[in-house]
Design a protein around this ligand. Structure first.
Ligand code: FPP
Length: 238
């Protein structure tokens, strides 16, 4: 375990960390490799980072794996990403389960290849009783789409003349019981939210790191946590 681990105050661990795993393509380009090789290396990093997050006491980790906007990439990259995702769940599910990891899903199954939908559903089913850490895989996910879907769901459920409140909208999101994000990490040196978890990010601390996702290691997670613990969170108060 990295020395940086000792910088972390175990009493101030964020409950919910979200990561925008950015920079796979640039990592590959820098090495003259095809972009998908960057995604493949990026997928390999997920498991050790989940393990480090669980060990340090993070209870919820949201990972942005495919956005509703990623469909606009070249068809062969999109296809390769789905294959990688299916492979990831097929190869890693037993290990994920053994480690007490619970998988949940945020996004929409609309447009998803049926084989991808099947492996995701199987992962959710097999890990539903685990409770060491919950990984919220955001796949075919868009933050605005989540809010629109929530409003539409609420309209279906509402009683006549009932008004929408924050609590009611929250209860219609993809994962109603997921807590708000405490810490958002984005890799690759870009300073953007990119339509990720807009509702849940309302009071998140944002940490942008100048490391490409395939180069992200445990020490980067500890650095982000250390930065988070230095921040004073006021939630709009004084
Ligand atoms: C951003 O890199 C990353 C993605 C669009 C997808 C993230 C996917 C993975 C980490 C691997 C697959 C996921 C699973 C769950 C197995 P980019 O392509 O936008 O990089 P760039 O900005 O350098 O081009």
């Amino acid at each position: 375990m990295s020395e940086l681990h000792t910088l972390i105050d175990p009493k101030k661990i964020p409950l919910h960390v979200a990561i925008i795993m950015d920079g796979n393509g640039r990592w590959a380009q820098k090495k003259n490799l095809p972009r998908i090789e960057g995604h493949r290396r990026g997928a390999e990093i997920i498991e050790p980072i989940v393990e480090a997050a669980a060990n340090i006491g993070i209870k919820y980790l949201s990972l942005f794996a495919f956005s509703t906007e990623n469909w606009s990439r070249p068809a062969d990259e999109v296809k390769a990403l789905w294959q990688l995702l299916e492979m990831f769940f097929k190869m890693k599910l037993a290990l994920i389960n053994e480690k007490g990891v619970k998988i949940i899903f945020s996004g929409t199954f609309r447009r998803l290849p049926p084989t991808a939908k099947n492996v995701i559903e199987e992962a959710i089913r097999q890990t539903k009783n685990n409770n060491r850490i919950t990984i919220n895989f955001c796949i075919n996910y868009g933050g605005r789409q989540e809010i629109v879907d929530a409003v539409n769901l609420w309209i279906q459920k509402r009683k006549p003349t009932e008004a929408l409140t924050e609590r009611k909208l929250s209860s219609c999101l993809y994962q109603p019981r997921l807590p708000d994000v405490d810490l958002l990490i984005r890799t690759s040196g870009e300073y953007r939210i990119s339509n990720f978890m807009l509702w849940r990010l309302a009071y998140a601390e944002l940490v942008f790191m100048n490391v490409l996702w395939p180069d992200f290691r445990e020490k980067h997670l500890y650095l982000a946590l250390h930065e988070y613990q230095k921040r004073e969170r006021r939630f709009g108060g004084l």
